[in-house]
Design a protein around this ligand. Structure first.
Ligand code: ADP
Ligand code: MG
Length: 260
């Protein structure tokens, strides 16, 4: 199929109970979604609606209980070791909290250079040069290579997470609440950076956020999730929501509700 990159087909995910006595939890109930090349697909929905579970399954970090994930038409659970390695390179993720996604014992140079080491055999001086270029592309100076994550601000850490994800030249970037832990002014700068990086690197984004204002400004198509299901999907669901659930989500944000 032309343009289709990544697809979840009728994916169900039942999490085993976290504690003794709890029931298994159905986090996803038959979700099908296709990510097309070049789009910015927004995924919104209240907390616990299954957005992060869907992201982890699309990335192959955990298997679905039922259904399957296809990358360029290939079932990711049936890939050969080589195909799987290529898939792991082509689809990257950036999490909300770079503090927990970046190993605190590693310097920035290692954090950003890691993927290059795994996926490309480069002489160390070429790799170092590439790390410097990546840092500059996310608006940081090359001098930060010697720093540790705790010596950086939240915004700088998220830039490192981005440089790390971009180091292996992915096609698709899953962004799971990438700006939710940041101050509003920093958020705006990171969003502009994301926009610039997408154009410069010809990337496809899956942008998960509970900030509907950001999603509306940033995304070309939007999926609304509730209790593990997609309740609404389209290019204008936030301008003209059909579902009362989507309207309630919008109404919970005063600014958006006011300018509707
Ligand atoms: P969202 O990202 O939309 O807030 P999640 O995908 O994180 O939602 O969670 C969906 C549901 O699955 C929630 O009820 C959550 O508590 C549950 N859940 C998520 N991960 C696990 C897990 N590893 N084990 C058990 N339950 C989980
Ligand atoms: Mg989440």
């Amino acid at each position: 199929m032309r343009g289709e990159f990544l697809r979840a087909e009728n994916v169900t995910k039942i999490h085993p109970p976290r504690r003794w006595g709890e029931r298994p939890l159905k986090a996803l109930a038959g979700v099908s979604v296709t990510v097309e090349k070049g789009e910015v697909l927004g995924i919104v929905g209240e907390s616990g609606s299954g957005k992060s579970t869907l992201a982890r399954i699309l990335l192959g970090l955990e298997p679905p209980t039922n259904g399957r994930v296809l990358f360029r038409g290939r079932d990711i659970s049936r890939m050969s070791a080589m195909e799987r390695k290529a898939f792991r390179r082509r689809v990257q993720i950036v999490f909300q909290d770079p503090e927990s996604s970046l190993n605190p014992r590693h310097r920035v140079g290692t954090l950003v250079g890691d993927g290059l080491r795994i996926h490309q055999r480069l002489p160390s001086e070429v790799r170092e040069r590439r790390v410097g270029e990546l840092l500059e592309s996310v608006g940081l100076s090359r001098g930060v290579v010697k720093r540790y994550p705790h010596q950086l601000s939240g915004g700088q850490r998220q830039r490192i997470a981005l440089a790390r994800a971009l180091s292996v030249s992915p096609d698709v970037l899953l962004l799971d609440e990438p700006t939710s832990a940041l101050d509003v002014s920093v958020q705006a700068r990171i969003l502009r950076l994301l926009d610039r990086l997408r154009r410069a690197n010809d990337l496809t984004y899956v942008f998960i956020s509970h900030d509907l204002g950001v999603v509306r400004a940033f995304c070309t198509r939007i999926i609304v999730m509730r209790e593990g299901r997609i309740v609404e999907e389209g290019e204008t669901v936030l301008e003209s929501p059909r579902e009362s659930y989507t309207r309630r989500l919008l109404d919970s944000i005063p600014r958006l509700a006011a300018d509707r």
